[in-house]
Design a binder for this molecule. Sequence first.
Ligand code: TXA
Ligand code: MG
Length: 315
Amino acid sequence: MTATIGTDVSHAARLLEQGQVVAIPTETVYGLAADALNEAAVIKVFEAKQRPAFDPLIVHVHSIGQVHEVVRNVPPEAEALMRHFWPGPLTLVLPKLPRIPDLVTSGLDTVGVRMPAHPLTLDLLRMLPFPLAAPSANPFGYVSPTTAQHVMDQLGTRIPYILDGGPCTVGVESTILGMEEGRWVLYRPGGVPLEAIEGVIGTVRPQVRHVLPVAPGMLESHYAPRKPVHIGDIAQLMEAHPVRCGVISFTHDHGAWRNEVLSPRGDLGEAARKLFAALRTLDAGDAEVILAEVFPGEGLGRAINDRLARAAAKR
Ligand code: TXA
Ligand code: MG
């Protein structure tokens, strides 16, 4: 099988109705979508990604109304968050209805739901009589794709169609929030800054490390390129690594062998948008190690630092 890249939403809808897997654009990263209510279709997603079955999928909906087809109970604060941030890069983990197959949630009694902010994918969702389960469209453990070509490069022989919605405008995955003992917990920093969420529902607890990953986006070695990645002060790191270095920095060039400056004007949103493509470029190029700065720990900087830390974690 070789994937076709195109913008034909009806064709994508037909394939999904037949139980096939289609790559879809979202504002965060590309997703690998299947009918969330069809277990046989969802299995194909796990197969294409080579993803372990203990890592649950996010269910994508076209409206707040459709959440009620998926979730047992929507607490008022969750409703407030949806009204503020949807469509957009926020996933809420809520008690699931039995019609969502266990495979989607890895046997958990909760399901992650989000309404993505991409016009093509919203059109697609509105055409379909079911929501779409979709993880990021990368092989398990690798950097997430932010263009249709990224998906083609890695999964092009495993899926029939890639719906091309252009480069992703946010560039890092959604922020994931769940509830534990009646309090909101941040499972994954992402496209909606924590500060903005706390502006709506007050203080959110940082994620606690569990022995078993509750949200395997929490797996330390997620988002890892093949080359070694080190994070810290670039001058010191370059001294410690007297080889060809590829450097990811925020605003300025460090004069390394290869340099990926994410935002000369110092905009964390722009940096987030370019992060995964920069990791891919350095991973594919002739640098021997990848070095990255620590980004400011606010706004989208939190998600950037989180992804870089996971990229650097030893597998
Ligand atoms: O921006 C995004 O969220 C993208 C786009 C495609 O929507 N999707 C994405 O999916 O990043 P994925 O599968 O790469 O990461 C989803 C993470 C899982 O690794 C898991 O940690 C968490 O969401 N998750 C999903 N359902 C959960 C649940 N019921 N409880 C806890 N965590 C859950
Ligand atoms: Mg992922």
